[in-house]
Design a protein around this ligand. Structure first.
Ligand SMILES: Cc1cc2nc3c(=O)[nH]c(=O)nc-3n(C[C@H](O)[C@H](O)[C@H](O)COP(=O)(O)OP(=O)(O)OC[C@H]3O[C@@H](n4cnc5c(N)ncnc54)[C@H](O)[C@@H]3O)c2cc1C
Length: 523
């Protein structure tokens, strides 16, 4: 990739940011046939794109807010993702428990409207469940006063693995995709037009100055930092809104169906979704002032999630039950004025072409990343920055896509790569060793992540190629030395590098557990 960067004099499209938005744009641009470069300052999906609720959904909540257009777009994209990334996107049953007949009526009608909007793209009809059926679907739900439940279908996915697969898809279509390459400045000509960027390879310290016909700012909550490289006084386009998730043992809600609470005590939606053998519970909506790559959950957010989940479940989760906690920042497009509640800020996205020819994409959600990319490239074509070429992504398989049966459950997320990983482990039986006794991850997956998925650090492997950091932060910290040893061998790094990697990762992992001081001592 670095060689490609060094030998290319002019790119058609240069994307800053390797989250859902930037990677989607890189795939769209590369598959249209544009010479494409993507620069990510950390790892792919290090930002918000690994910290979502992991739902590919129309958004029942947006329906309640009357955002019908957004719901329709998302339902279309849900169908396309099921078709193009079948290895990562799965149908998920949700049940809304109801405790009054009024709620039963309102939610049933709302979800029937959701079915109607999905039309032929629907995943199955929403149905009313009796009290007994609801208790069967959600075995640990509070039964007192329960009238029944509404069952509906949406989709679940693995966010950071989809990001990695998008990076691979773009690269397979000749794009140059680099992680740990930070954009530090924009290159402007005497007329103020932006014609490239200055970027630093954070591993070597080397600086590059690639030029492009179109430069796209897809940096999520960091879009204003890039905009200020051009106009130091630029008004903020984005207001970060923090969302926190807690990961609990699946025994808090056994079974395969997810719990959806549409209206919590403060008017939010709360999900408790089975995910990779655990239970993912969230989220919150707290306006923050500054963008951060590693935002931390506030005590009040953790308390809110524990309390709300506890008010619906027979066994109340407490602090000590939390296996991992993670926070992400929604890059919400800020409205005029200064709304106090982030629930009220639009999830819609904007594509903004500045006079200096910098294109900025803000807002949106993971589910509609493909449509956002198409709209961005179409905007650039209309503005005559690029020669017209049609978008092909609506029927384009993402790396790993397969509908083949017979891949075991743990390996299913690798899709068409699963066989090659298993073959490598069969040739080198020592790679069948488990990374941690409580989890199915093997050393073979670590080697694969380094050789084929551009993982460069212990964190890249344990947080975003394998999801152990997000599932069980203590187990991830214990697995760090084994990962560091493989990385050092594969990348020919000295022991001191491996030791530093372990230390840095353990500090990070402590931040994914509650009460970090105690955790540091235990490690
Ligand atoms: C709590 C939460 C739950 C969510 N749940 C869902 C969900 O279930 N379903 C759904 O559809 N959507 C969901 N979303 C929304 C979705 O996650 C986001 O819309 C999406 O991930 C945003 O992607 P992005 O690429 O715009 O931003 P990011 O993922 O943050 O990517 C921006 C990237 O730009 C990089 N960058 C910044 N500055 C530079 C620079 N100078 N040089 C190079 N790179 C740079 C950053 O390192 C970062 O990786 C959720 C969001 C949150 C916060």
């Amino acid at each position: 990739m670095i060689q490609q960067l060094e030998s290319t004099a002019m790119w058609d499209v240069l994307v800053i940011g390797g989250g859902a938005t930037g990677l989607g744009i890189a795939v769209d641009a590369a598959t249209r046939g544009y010479k494409t470069l993507l620069l990510e300052q950390a790892d792919f999906a290090k930002g918000t794109s690994s910290r979502s609720t992991k739902l590919i959904h129309g958004g029942v909540r947006y329906l309640a807010l009357g955002q019908i257009k957004l719901v329709l777009e998302a339902l279309k994209e849900r169908a396309l993702l099921l078709q193009n990334a079948a290895h990562l996107v799965k149908k998920q049953v949700f049940v809304v428990p109801v405790y009054t007949w009024k709620d039963a009526f309102v939610y049933f009608c709302g979800l029937k409207l959701y079915d109607l909007l999905a039309g032929t793209r629907g995943l199955g009809a929403s149905t009313f469940l009796s009290k007994k059926e609801t208790a069967l679907a959600l075995p640990t739900i509070k039964k007192e006063g329960l009238k029944g439940g509404i069952r509906y279908l949406d989709c679940q996915f693995d966010d950071s693995r989809l990001a990695v697969n998008l990076a691979q898809t773009a690269a397979e279509n000749d794009a140059c995709i680099l992680n740990y390459a930070q954009v530090t400045a924009l290159q402007q000509n005497s007329e103020g037009k932006i014609y490239g960027v200055v970027a630093q390879d954070l591993e070597t310290g080397k600086t590059y100055a690639p030029k492009a016909k179109a430069v796209i700012n897809a940096t999520g909550v960091f879009v204003d930092t890039i905009l200020r490289m051009e106009q130091p006084e630029a008004k903020p386009l984005v207001r970060p809104s923090q969302g926190v998730h807690l990961v609990l043992d699946h025994t808090f809600l056994p079974g395969t169906d997810a719990l959806m609470i549409p209206n919590t005590s403060d008017g939010r939606v709360l999900f408790a979704v089975p995910w990779q053998g655990k239970l993912l519970v969230g989220t919150t909506d707290t306006l923050r002032n500054n963008p951060e790559l590693e935002p931390r959950a506030l005590d009040k957010e953790v308390a809110f999630i524990l309390e709300t989940a506890g008010s619906y479940l027979v066994k109340k989760p407490t602090h000590k039950d939390v296996l991992a906690v993670f926070a992400g920042l929604r890059p919400l497009a800020a409205h005029k004025g200064n709304p106090k509640e982030s629930k009220d800020i639009s999830r819609n996205y904007k594509v903004i072409l500045s006079e200096s020819s910098l294109t900025t994409v803000t807002g949106g959600k993971w589910t509609i990343y493909r449509e956002m990319a198409e709209a961005t490239l179409d905007t650039l074509i209309r503005a005559r920055h690029l020669t017209p070429k049609p978008c092909v992504t609506s029927h384009f398989s993402i790396h790993g896509h397969t509908t083949a049966a017979g891949i075991d459950k743990h390996m299913a997320g690798y899709g068409s790569d699963a066989h090659a990983i298993q073959q490598m482990a069969a040739q080198h039986p020592e790679l069948n060793t488990l990374l941690h006794p409580n989890y199915c991850y093997t050393l073979a997956e670590v080697v694969w992540a380094i050789r084929h998925e551009m993982a460069r650090t212990v964190e890249d492997v344990l947080a975003r190629r394998l999801r152990l950091l997000f599932l069980d932060a203590a187990a991830a910290a214990q697995a760090a030395p084994a990962v560091a040893a493989i990385l050092a061998a594969e990348m020919q790094r000295p022991q001191i590098w491996a030791d530093e990697q372990v230390q840095q990762f353990r500090i990070l992992a402590a931040g994914y557990r509650l009460k970090p001081e105690k955790v540091t001592q235990q490690i």
